[in-house]
Write a protein that binds this ligand. Structure first.
Ligand code: GTP
Ligand code: MG
Length: 197
């Protein structure tokens, strides 16, 4: 898919204040620092469109971006940031749960996972919850430029084996790098396909 146009629309703390749910929407969710905002910039080819940072906790709100005037990409705050208080963690859960339940146009959640990390309970539990609620999702393994192809392959095998303990059918997955743009065509082709449905 060719990205002709990508622009920031709004930042909101509540899903009911977000842009009208009239266009297909894809949301990036995952641990803080996993590379959600960087992936958004890589896919759109616009560096600096979504704010990124080396320190976790950069994205704090629900950020809508309009792509090609046809669909939304949504950059969300991350979870699992150790330095965040219990209250802030509860607030994240409330915001995200409310968001997930109030966007009838949400076509697919993209769960981002650092390709260097073994399966972590927070990610596995989050995906189980999506499954229970019948919310479609795919996994995106990020930062593959940070290690060898063999290392990524081994991590993926471990991850998929762990997922197999819970899931009869494994979710679809992608491997990406915001540095090299690896995985860009695959993710955009997937979105184009879902948009057509
Ligand atoms: P929060 O908004 O805090 O939840 O983080 P985030 O998931 O949006 O992560 P962000 O995109 O801000 O990236 C975090 C750090 O990882 C930044 O220093 C990025 O430059 C770096 N990073 C993100 N993706 C990649 C990647 O594919 N490769 C490499 N080498 N670095 C990456
Ligand atoms: Mg971010």
């Amino acid at each position: 898919m060719l990205i002709r146009d990508a622009r920031f629309l709004t930042s909101n703390s509540r899903a009911d204040l977000c842009p009208a749910p009239t266009l297909p929407e894809y949301a990036f969710i995952g641990r803080s620092n996993v590379g959600k905002s960087s992936l958004l910039n890589m896919l759109t080819g616009r560096k600096g469109l979504a704010k990124t940072s080396a320190s976790p906790g950069k994205t704090q709100l629900i950020n809508h971006f309009l792509i090609n005037e046809e669909w939304y990409l949504v950059d969300l705050p991350g979870y699992g940031y150790a330095k965040v208080s219990k209250t802030a963690r509860a607030e994240w859960t409330r915001m995200i749960n409310f968001y997930l339940r109030h966007r009838p146009n949400l076509m697919c959640v993209c769960v981002l996972i650092d390709s260097r990390h073994p399966p972590l309970p927070a990610d596995l539990e989050f995906m189980e919850k999506l499954g229970e609620e019948g919310i479609p999702f795919v996994m995106i393994f990020t930062k593959i430029d940070k290690q060898s192809t063999a290392q990524t392959k081994a991590l993926l095998a471990t991850y998929l084996q762990k997922m197999g303990e819970t899931w009869d059918e494994l979710p679809r997955y992608f491997q990406t790098s915001a540095e090299t743009a690896a995985g860009r065509d695959e993710v955009l082709a997937f979105i184009a396909d879902v948009n057509k449905q």
